[in-house]
Design a binder for this molecule. Structure first.
Ligand SMILES: [Zn+2]
Length: 166
């Protein structure tokens, strides 16, 4: 047997996976060849070291839970910060872009005229309709606004929980 053949079979030899004939051939070669003998000793030492290190560090029983929990936390943190970042980006960037476009002035004018129109209708309404009806309309509007606010908050919360923003 040549050194190359012996080295190829060393791992299987150490695991006693060779046929008895091959086992014998490797043994014979090892007795004659110090190089292969040294290699086998190195492999053995390495195996023992790996085995010892793996055995000497037992994994804590709650390690898997801890890893899963920290991954989950990290995901939520990332989702939250990305969500905040995108909102801030939209909040700060969009007016800047609007300012530089002619659209901004027309939109502003539209809002202005719409606002004026609403204000005029409101004033007309106030003079026509009784105050008690106006009060109930106001309460209805407030209820609608708060319901919408909570609905949006719940939507955002659910999105975060589902990790949509990752
Ligand atoms: Zn050899």
């Amino acid at each position: 047997m040549k050194c190359v053949q012996c080295m190829e079979r060393l791992s299987e030899y150490l695991d006693s996976e060779l046929s008895s004939v091959e086992q014998q051939q490797v043994e014979t070669h090892l007795e004659e060849c110090s190089d292969c003998q040294n290699l086998m000793n190195d492999i053995n030492a390495l195996r023992e070291a790996v085995k010892f290190n793996i055995e000497s560090i037992p994994a804590p029983p709650d390690l898997a839970d801890k890893i899963l929990l920290s991954i989950q936390k990290e995901k939520q943190k990332n989702a939250k910060s990305q969500w905040i970042a995108s909102v801030l980006l939209i909040f700060f960037i969009s007016p800047v872009f609007l300012l530089f476009t002619r659209v901004f002035s027309s939109v502003f004018y539209l809002f202005y005229t719409t606002g004026i129109a609403f204000w005029r209708s409101f004033v007309t309404l106030m003079t026509v309709v009784s105050p008690s009806i106006m009060l109930s309309v106001g309460i209805l509007a407030l209820t609608g606004i708060s319901l919408g606010f909570f609905a949006i908050r719940k939507l955002i919360h659910d999105f975060e929980m589902n990790g949509v923003f990752q």
